[in-house]
Design a protein around this ligand. Structure first.
Ligand SMILES: [Mn+2]
Length: 279
């Protein structure tokens, strides 16, 4: 990861941090058949020629280790990784781990050319821009479970049902371990959720994640997260979701751009970038 040079730090000191232009993108799910890798490659090409971008935040679930074997996935997507590493010559690049690529945390400090993080805060115009993938707000996600799912899936070319609820049902031993470490209220909530059909369960779960994300925002903070594949910027402009690059989502190929502490949502369609204020 590129460090700020002394020269850059001096410029920041004189001008403040208003000139930071941050792009956050998440949930590409490379390795999953519905991942729009081709569009993402074109998008990275656009970034390469955009000299105004200072920081790129890869906000988790960039590769999908729950659907493919965790080592092969980096080899088969070396073209995307090469482009990302190339961008590091022009801007700072951060990789915040998601639940489907949580294992990248373990790669930290081993000399890989990407800096892997659990979360990230960047200051912009006196605002703390906080970046998390969003699994933190999801009552079904736990670190040991996310890590084990990154390893338990052999190469199934994306046709495995990796719904977390279904996975919980399949792994009885994990399920009982899970239930033993969570509190009674959560047990009750999970039991309720398991009574719902898959569609209703998904909607309930997504609503819960968004609500919890909203409840954690601090004063003078903007929270950016992904995970739900439901892109939005809220009315008060202090909460934004980056969406996804999977074609199964109703709106996809989206990203959030932050300037002056304000998040804006954009969609990349064809080769055009359009702001989507109405989502
Ligand atoms: Mn996720």
């Amino acid at each position: 990861m590129k460090q700020k040079s002394n020269y850059t730090i001096m410029i920041y000191w004189i001008l403040g941090d208003v000139q930071l232009s941050i792009i956050a993108v998440s949930d590409l799910h490379l390795g999953f058949d519905s991942s729009d890798k081709a569009a993402f490659i074109r998008f990275l090409g656009k970034l390469q020629s955009d000299s105004s971008v200072t920081d790129l935040v890869l906000l988790g679930d960039i590769v999908d280790m729950w659907r493919r074997d965790s080592s092969g996935i980096f080899l088969e997507n070396h073209d995307v990784l090469d482009l990302i590493i190339g961008l590091e010559k022009k801007m700072r690049v951060y990789y915040v781990a998601g639940n489907h690529d949580f294992h990248v945390i373990k790669l930290q400090g081993r000399g890989y050319p990407v800096n892997f993080l659990k979360d990230l805060s960047l200051q912009q115009n006196g605002v703390n821009c906080k970046f998390v993938h969003g699994w933190e707000f999801d009552e079904m996600q736990r670190e040991h479970f996310m890590e084990s799912l990154c390893h338990s899936m052999s190469d199934q070319k994306g046709d495995r049902d990796t719904n977390i609820w279904a996975a919980l049902g399949r792994y009885d031993s994990d399920l009982s371990r899970f239930f033993n470490v969570i509190d009674r209220a959560r047990k009750h909530r999970i039991a309720e959720m398991l009574q719902l059909g898959p569609e209703e369960r998904l909607i309930e779960s997504l609503k819960g994640v968004e609500k919890k994300a909203c409840s954690t925002i601090q004063p003078k903070e903007v929270l950016i997260f992904g995970h739900t594949h439901r892109p939005f910027v809220n009315k008060t402009e202090n909460l934004a979701n980056t969406g996804s690059w999977v074609t199964t989502a109703p709106v996809h190929n989206t990203f959030v751009r932050l300037e002056g502490g304000k998040p804006k949502l954009f969609v990349f369609e064809g080769d055009e970038i359009t702001e989507r204020a109405d989502l």
